[in-house]
Write a protein of this length. Structure first.
Length: 549
């Protein structure tokens, strides 16, 4: 390991470690409970968990009773177990969401461990604090999405690589287990990362060692059970479902995408990361610039730059591109930012510190102002905009949430005022500011947010319009998340495709683009949508000739 100035930094005292651990815990736990499954990703994820909870097959992921095999089921197993354990105390969706907290806790643990291994004893907490400060992670880290298990697997992979120089056998086991968790969370992307990162690292002489080769060999042995057990059981259960998962929804989709050559937005992540990975992104750039002359001797920078490059290229060429898929790239950027933190010029550190303080203070004031305006029905422009965006929403004063928001706001002011001068001050203040805004959103704004992302009201309205008896409901353009919420809130199983035996049909569309169904065969019996959502609208039809009961 090359010697850097940050390795000479004083160790974190137990008191400081307790404070940083408390900050991470507050950030982690806030928002995991207290709201319905949100559209779009959380809704369908919980639908897969709900199928297990209703007594469904643990082997085959299913949505509203129909197989849904895009991803292996590890995350859904974990969430189902969590929901069962906490069922006496929490609604099923809140209990399931605690699985997200479990995987994020592991991610923070392994990211901090990697920072400590790569950059010295004082860097572990810095890495964890920088990670929770990333803007793109905040909301996604508190949702029920399988990408969080992939994130944990990637954090374990990086820690395994980092540990390989010192404890190669343990490193191999952690590395292989991380690849396995990533595979069982989201399919073949984690093994792709592992394959190309390992091959590229071997081009550097510092990595062509016996200990690293032993690490890779143990990693391969450790990952084999993860790669073999569930796919084998799925194949034995149904060769057709195995082929659908392995080829149609995974390998075949990648091959078809590569052959087609249609990459509509290959620079999506390049334009996303400057804000999504803030403040890690600019700090990571500074770290690489500072270490540009040391790359041949610094295995840690070789590891992190190669890992980031492989992730960026693989994800940019993947068939599906969205914000959630960018989460793994936060890990190498965060660890590079940890290196930069201790070589950052004082002026730049102070600028980042004051930028964060002023930004979070301004946004916190706006959150308080907007909430107060809604509560007292203020004529202010911001209040009118909020009402137009969510018509029909009636705010209520929640005493406990209000006082939590007050106390946290005061504590943030005290923290900013009293925190001592240190090399970590800017990122601690940034993470504390992010946590402040998240707590204000969860306490003051949760009813407003929940009304804008929940399907509970819409499903309740639809359920009242259903006939007392019917064969089944087929769906037209009804997405997975909506089908999941119809099943959860209304016990309405909507088939993914139109079925001739179904005497009811639910059509999803837009109020401007919907074409009325053939009036000679169908009669409309309900129309609706989520309050204030102009992008989604639904129509329920009954086949003519079927008597209403």
């Amino acid at each position: 390991m090359f010697s850097y100035p940050y390795q000479k930094d004083q160790l974190i005292t137990p008191t400081k470690a307790m404070f940083l651990g408390l900050l991470c815990a507050v950030w982690l736990l806030t928002g995991l409970i207290g709201h319905d499954p949100w559209k779009p990703d959380e809704a369908y994820s919980f639908g897969l968990v709900y199928h297990i909870l209703k007594g469904g097959d643990w082997l085959v992921p299913a949505l509203a009773g129909e197989p849904f095999l895009e991803k292996p089921p590890l995350f859904y197993w974990t969430a189902a177990i969590s929901a069962k354990v906490f069922a006496p105390f929490l609604p099923l969706h809140d209990g399931a969401r605690l699985a997200s907290g479990f995987y994020m806790m592991l991610t923070l643990l392994f990211t901090g461990s990697a920072g400590r291994e790569l950059f010295g004893k004082s860097a572990g907490w810095a890495a964890a604090i920088i990670l929770i400060g990333n803007l793109g992670l905040l909301i996604h880290a508190h949702l029920l999405v399988t990408d969080l298990a992939l994130l944990t697997g990637c954090a374990m992979m990086i820690y395994g690589y980092a540990l390989s120089e010192r404890r190669h056998r343990l490193a191999g086991f952690i590395l292989g287990t991380g690849v396995g968790i990533g595979f069982m969370a989201k399919g073949f992307i984690a093994p792709v990362f592992f394959l190309f990162i390992s091959l590229i690292l071997l081009f550097f002489s510092i990595w062509r060692t016996r200990s690293f080769l032993i690490t890779l060999g143990i990693a391969l042995l450790s990952v084999l059970p993860w790669l073999a057990v569930w796919p084998t059981l799925l194949y034995l259960y149904s060769p057709e479902l195995f082929a659908e998962w392995a080829w149609q929804l995974n390998i075949g989709r990648w091959v078809a995408h590569a052959r087609g050559g249609d990459y509509p937005d290959p620079f999506f992540y390049v334009t996303l990361l400057p804000w999504f990975a803030w403040p890690a992104f600019p700090l990571a750039i500074w770290a690489v610039w500072e270490a540009r002359r040391k790359l041949r001797q610094a295995f840690e920078f070789q590891l992190l730059t190669v890992t980031f490059a492989v992730m960026l290229l693989a994800l940019s060429l993947a068939p599906r591109i969205n914000e959630l898929c960018a989460l793994p790239m936060l890990l190498p950027l965060t660890l590079l930012a940890t290196a930069a933190l201790f070589t950052l010029r004082r002026g730049a550190a102070n600028a980042l510190d004051w930028f964060g303080i002023m930004t979070f203070a301004l946004v916190a004031i706006l959150l308080w102002w907007g909430w107060t305006g809604l509560l007292v029905d203020s004529p202010a422009h911001i209040t009118r905009l909020l009402k137009e965006y969510r018509p029909g929403f009636e705010p209520i004063f929640q005493r406990n949430q209000f006082w939590i928001a007050v106390v946290v706001s005061v504590l943030w002011i005290v923290l900013v005022w009293r925190i001592g001068r240190s090399i970590r001050r800017s990122v601690i203040n940034w993470a504390a500011g992010v946590t402040l805004l998240w707590i204000l959103a969860v306490t003051l704004w949760m009813p407003w947010l929940d009304s804008s992302k929940s399907y509970r009201v819409m499903v309740g309205s639809l359920k009242k319009a259903l006939p007392a008896s019917y064969n089944c409901v087929s769906g037209v353009h009804v997405a997975e998340g909506q089908r999941a919420m119809l099943d959860y809130f209304g016990n309405i199983a909507v088939r993914a495709q139109p079925r001739p035996e179904c005497d009811l049909m639910l059509v999803e569309g837009s109020a401007m683009t919907h074409n009325t169904e053939d009036a000679t065969r169908w009669t409309q019996i309900w129309e609706g949508g989520r309050p204030g959502d102009k992008g989604e609208h639904y129509w329920l039809y009954r086949r003519k000739g079927v008597k209403a009961h």
